[in-house]
Design a protein around this ligand. Structure first.
Ligand code: HEC
Ligand code: HEC
Ligand code: HEC
Ligand code: HEC
Length: 205
């Protein structure tokens, strides 16, 4: 009996030692966490499969470098210069009915504070126009929004506002402001929470 107990004891001690040995493969707890989490943190899942055929451009803002969808190829009436090759005043015929962009109704900020010229420059329609009169490329329109919505911009850079494409898999890709907000009417309509009931039909009777 005693011999058997001794044997059990030995087996247990061996186990403990071999486990200890494995733990020793890492020099610190941080190293262990980093190594062990490699299999979970998307190193083998790329965001590329989520991006699909969306054209992206790489941007760097502060400490953050990531991809956003390219816009110009998505804008119906781009290049603007195809029509806007002469001063706006000579193009306007004064008729409200025949407006070229009749389908665009501005519903953003107070109309005393904002009109078309707040964002578009009649002398260079192919680019967006900053409040100080500088050009902003249509692909970087988030810079236009950032002038007035700096807190959402800060959140967006870090990934807290908006949405990453393919979660946190690398390379990081994020939707840009105009993917979700129409710049001419940016409010997102509120929705009622979904309360689906299979008894709905009956209740209505
Ligand atoms: C097919 C021709 C055409 C294209 C393409 C076009 N525009 Fe225009 N746009 C016009 C005409 C014509 C006017 C003159 C005023 C009017 O008819 O409303 C105008 C007027 C405007 C105005 C002034 C509106 C106002 O009420 O004062 C803005 C701003 C504008 N365009 C922006 C753009 C931008 C930005 C693009 C490109 C993304 C673009 N346009 C592309 C034809 C065009
Ligand atoms: C707050 C800034 C802002 C204001 C104000 C604004 N726009 Fe724009 N506009 C944009 C941005 C940004 C885009 C590009 C959106 C995108 O990437 O799809 C755009 C796109 C356009 C386009 C191209 C749309 C298309 O799908 O072909 C036209 C035309 C245009 N604007 C005309 C106007 C006119 C006319 C006004 C005034 C009634 C106006 N915009 C006011 C920011 C603005
Ligand atoms: C010149 C300043 C200015 C610029 C540029 C600007 N905005 Fe705004 N925006 C405002 C103001 C002012 C309001 C209305 C007040 C408010 O609700 O904050 C507003 C309202 C909004 C709202 C609705 C807020 C709500 O409470 O529902 C959204 C969303 C928004 N803007 C997005 C954008 C996006 C996207 C762009 C860039 C394409 C942009 N804005 C560019 C000034 C600006
Ligand atoms: C993936 C979609 C998405 C992207 C990208 C996005 N937003 Fe939004 N944004 C939303 C939604 C949804 C809301 C509404 C939140 C709510 O009603 O509570 C919102 C709300 C807002 C508001 C209203 C105030 C608030 O925080 O509720 C502003 C202003 C705004 N966004 C600006 C921006 C700007 C500027 C950018 C780019 C730097 C941006 N958004 C990018 C989806 C987006």
């Amino acid at each position: 009996m005693k011999v058997r107990r001794l044997l059990y004891g030995l087996v247990i001690i061996c186990c403990v030692f071999s486990c200890k040995h494995k733990e020793g493969e890492y020099h610190s707890l941080n190293e262990k966490i980093e190594e062990e989490s490699k299999k979970y943190h998307g190193t083998d899942i790329s965001s590329e499969s989520y991006i699909g055929d969306i054209n992206t451009i790489e941007i760097t803002e502060g400490d953050h470098t990531f991809l956003i969808p390219e816009r110009k190829s998505q804008i119906k009436s781009y290049a603007c210069i195809e029509c806007h090759s002469k001063p706006l005043s000579t193009m306007q015929n004064g008729s409200e009915i025949q407006k070229a962009h009749w389908d665009i109704k501005l519903n953003h900020a107070n109309e005393n504070a904002m009109n078309c010229a707040s964002c578009h420059n009649g002398n260079d329609m192919n680019n967006l126009n900053s409040l100080t009169g500088n050009n902003i490329d249509f692909n970087n329109s988030y810079q236009l929004c950032a002038q007035c919505h700096s807190s959402q911009f800060e959140d967006w850079k870090g990934g807290a506002h908006g949405k990453n494409i393919g979660g946190w898999s690398t390379p990081r890709a994020a939707m840009t402001c105009v993917n979700c907000h129409n710049p001419h009417a940016p409010q997102i309509a509120s929705k009622w929470p979904v309360r689906f009931s299979t008894k709905k039909e009956k209740q209505r009777e």
